[in-house]
Design a protein around this ligand. Structure first.
Ligand code: CA
Length: 229
């Protein structure tokens, strides 16, 4: 059973959340103060997700969130914010929370958010099971997001890493600039296709012996690019 930390100082809200999580098949771990939450996390390293109330008697939920992230933990974090605290949502997401739920919330809403986040985390778990992509002299480690060529570490920006991952996962496949833009920058990105070319050019400088005669990341004229190796 997946363990979920429930940090909430108000006993009635806490038990409401706990009951509903249990009903959905989770194992809730309760805490009523920030310090207690951190202690529970220390003794339960297998907690996969935390629900953090913001207003607490000791340290606030944002600080708890910050401290969890400071340990390098990638666990799912959902902030429980009070109604109309718009600023809380922004602060929460900036301190490393994945999502927020506004009080008062229904059991269905809470479970939906938890399930959605678990699914997202599940994708990460799949990634972890295959942490290395190999192609020719290249070794891409998707866990620590590093690239080596002939055993030498190449320093990549996050965008360059995502480009490498996309190409190495699709060897020999011609990919249009549109596809690349969507895959790497996301659906919401309103940038130009030129962005793709600029970043490919920079990436080639790092990975190709001769960037003007690319051997691996080749151009598909009038269309896009291909991992040609
Ligand atoms: Ca509270």
């Amino acid at each position: 059973m997946k363990k979920i930390l429930v940090l909430e100082d108000e006993a009635n809200i806490r038990s409401f959340v706990v009951i509903n999580l249990r009903r959905s098949g989770f194992e809730p771990i309760e805490a009523e103060t920030g310090e207690m939450a951190l202690e529970k996390l220390r003794v339960n390293p297998d907690i996969c997700l935390a629900l953090l109330d913001v207003m607490l008697p000791d340290i606030d939920g944002f600080e708890v969130c910050r401290r969890i992230r400071a340990t390098g933990s990638k666990m799912g974090i959902i902030m429980l914010t009070a109604k109309s605290q718009e600023i809380d949502k922004v602060t929460g997401l900036m301190t490393g929370a994945d999502d927020y739920v506004t009080k008062p919330f229904s059991p269905a809403e809470l479970t939906a958010r938890v399930d959605a986040l678990i699914r997202r985390l599940g994708i990460d778990e799949d990634e972890r099971s295959s942490t290395e992509l190999v192609s020719g002299p290249f070794l891409l480690n998707t866990r620590n997001r590093t690239l080596e060529k002939d055993g030498q570490r190449l320093k990549l920006t996050q965008i360059e890493y995502l480009l490498m991952k996309l190409f190495m996962e699709n060897p020999g496949k011609a990919m249009s600039r549109e596809d690349i833009l969507t895959a790497v920058w996301g659906n919401d990105f309103k940038g130009e296709l030129k962005t793709v070319d600029v970043n490919i050019r920079r990436l080639r400088i790092k990975i190709e012996s001769d960037p003007t005669e690319p051997e691996y990341l080749t151009t598909v004229w009038g269309y896009g690019y291909k991992w040609g190796y």
